[in-house]
Design a binder for this molecule. Structure first.
Ligand SMILES: *Cc1c(COP(=O)(O)O)cnc(C)c1O
Length: 386
């Protein structure tokens, strides 16, 4: 289906709501029945009809249809945030005694789930770089049932060969889940590469305005139903109607925003590349990137995030750089209208700071919707001050 049709029409039965262009926010917790038999039918399968908004809701369904189509998936579930989506997607597919293989340094709260929560249920995790299929094969044990991918990683943009990993997992009956937040389905479609479940945080590019949180899982209808019937209904972290409405609004401009951010990011990369105070940088679509070939092969685009190392000896210099920025704000997250910076050293004490470790000098920049010149001037004045 055409992208424009998905974004503007799919799932929107306008004749049901007075032909309003914008969909209604069905801010209701429950739905009424006239016939006992109909109520009985709704109890049988909560995913099929409207009964209670912890399950399905009409505004949320519009969003689900659009997101499933964007991913090329049969079905979709939306959550209150990305962390909840990941938790449900993993928890529904493991049991006591299982083993997980995961990429190293996944999103913070995923790592916490693997390191702190799952060991309580006798589920262990092996972390690998995951850059070659051989690493996945070597880490797989007889009780491995789940592979966790994040490609690209949101700090160092490390990639996995998605198609090969998915193919090998299928041959072993292993379930695969990928965090596709960096690319969104516009720049990468892992379902088409054989991945079972794609996840993205809707808080970032889909919402796009830093005003709401959301998380997305896409996959086969059977997989979504399995998650819906257990974790989705039980943990009760489904998206709320108003937030779904904001996400639908965000989707209307997603292609436009990504196009703009891609252009701006390329200009900012050009500036960073030639600046004497920046010793190195990471951006998947720059030919200096270690996995450049793979990035070009499996991704349609790269944008927004750039990680660079400032050529300094002291943490104070990085602090000075970050605090001298006049327009680029310091905050976690990304994907919104506003450009942001976050230094790795914020989590490292003065005495542990080691300039010899390049990661300690990493600063991650997110390029938002401002003019490229405006951002470059800001970076330039802050770099010149150190
Ligand atoms: C932000 C983020 C998440 C978590 O999403 P929330 O909506 O904040 O819970 C997961 N993965 C990546 C790569 C992220 O950047």
């Amino acid at each position: 289906m055409e992208l424009s049709k998905i974004i503007n029409e799919l799932g929107e039965d306008r004749e049901l709501y007075f032909n309003a262009i914008a969909p209604p926010i069905m801010q209701t917790s429950n739905f009424a029945f006239r016939k006992v038999a109909d109520l009985g039918k709704a109890f049988e399968d909560e995913m099929k009809g409207y009964l209670y908004s912890r399950g399905v809701n009409p505004t949320i369904d519009i969003l689900r249809k659009k997101l499933a189509a964007l991913d090329g998936a049969e079905d979709c579930l939306v959550f209150n945030n990305g962390a909840a989506a990941i938790f449900a997607g993993i928890f529904a597919n493991i049991k006591s005694g299982d083993h997980i293989v995961s990429v190293r340094a996944p999103y913070t709260w995923v790592q916490r789930m693997f390191d702190v929560i799952l060991p309580r249920f006798n589920v262990s995790t092996t972390y690998i770089d995951g850059k070659t299929i051989e690493e996945w094969q070597a880490a797989t044990m007889p009780n491995t049932t789940f592979y966790y991918l994040e490609s690209p990683n949101s700090w160092n943009y490390a990639l996995q060969p998605i198609e090969e990993v998915a193919q090998f997992a299928k041959s072993k009956g292993i379930t695969t889940l990928i965090d596709n937040s960096y690319c969104t389905p516009l720049y990468q479609k892992p379902i088409e590469m054989g991945i079972d479940i794609t996840m993205q945080t809707a808080t970032k590019y889909i919402g796009g305005h830093s005003d709401t949180l959301g998380g997305v899982l896409c996959g086969s209808h059977a997989m979504m139903k399995k998650i819906f019937d257990s974790e989705y209904l039980n943990i009760g972290s489904g998206m709320q109607p108003f937030n779904a409405w904001l996400m639908i609004r965000g989707l209307r401009t997603l292609p436009l925003r990504l196009e703009r951010i891609t252009k701006t990011t390329n200009e900012v990369v050009g500036f960073i590349k030639q600046h004497p105070k920046i010793s190195s940088f990471l951006f998947p679509f720059d030919d200096t990137f270690p996995q450049y070939e793979l990035a070009r092969r499996q991704m349609k685009g790269a944008c927004g995030l750039i990680t660079f190392a400032i050529d300094v000896k002291l943490k104070d210099e990085i602090v000075k750089f970050c605090e001298s920025l006049q327009h680029i704000m310091m905050a976690v997250s990304w994907g919104g209208h506003e450009s942001l910076i976050i230094p790795k050293c914020a989590g490292i004490s003065e005495k542990d700071f080691n300039p010899g470790n390049i990661e300690h000098r990493y600063v991650r920049l997110y390029c938002g919707l401002e003019d490229a010149d405006y951002l470059i001037k800001d970076l330039e004045q802050a770099l010149n001050g150190i």
